[in-house]
Design a protein around this ligand. Sequence first.
Ligand code: AMP
Length: 210
Amino acid sequence: MNIVMFGPPAAGKGTQAKKLVTERSLIQLSTGDMLRAAKKSGSELGLQVAGIMDRGELVSDEIVIALIEEQLDMNPNAKGFIFDGFPRTVAQAEALDGLMEKHNIKVDSVIRLCVDDEALVKRITKRFEEEGRKDDNPESFKVRLNAYNTQTAPLLPYYSAQGKLTEVNGMADIGAVSASIAQVLDKNGNGADVSASAPKKGFFARLFGG
Ligand code: AMP
């Protein structure tokens, strides 16, 4: 079973992906974690992406697709993958389909964690205070949320048209969210088809005037 965890920054994708790793023995592929590791190591890739990430912009499709390709090649016997923070553009989603086909596997289910902007801002403000992640500062977060709305949300109709998209209430507590995800995955490996609704922008626009 291969799952895409979908949603805006701070929706809880990483938290839920990690739970699925332990509960279902799947491999979590987080492009954000891979890029942060590159940044921390000071590698050429890390230096190349550091500024882009700190500003909250998306790194190039080419880079993240190469990272995912490498992981798929390195794990031929995986029980399944959870894609966390990937794909983030239509080009990435198309590339992922191609890579999966090459390995005779497919994306089975896309779980969209729905969290309203007000809650996202609260979560990110808290995380910034606690962890000090550079791209959690209000300016970068505004850019990240904008990238989600303009470049990533267009993927919703892409997956909806394939009948793979299920929406889960990401506002509930962590246990309740993972229970909802389990229900989706156990009911139907392909997830239930929903028509994608546009992400809400009201609160964020009010807060940052964007
Ligand atoms: P995340 O931890 O998933 O929020 O990712 C942190 C940052 O890494 C993002 O704001 C982007 O700069 C970069 N990044 C992670 N995944 C991707 C991706 N699939 N496409 C482009 N940039 C990405």
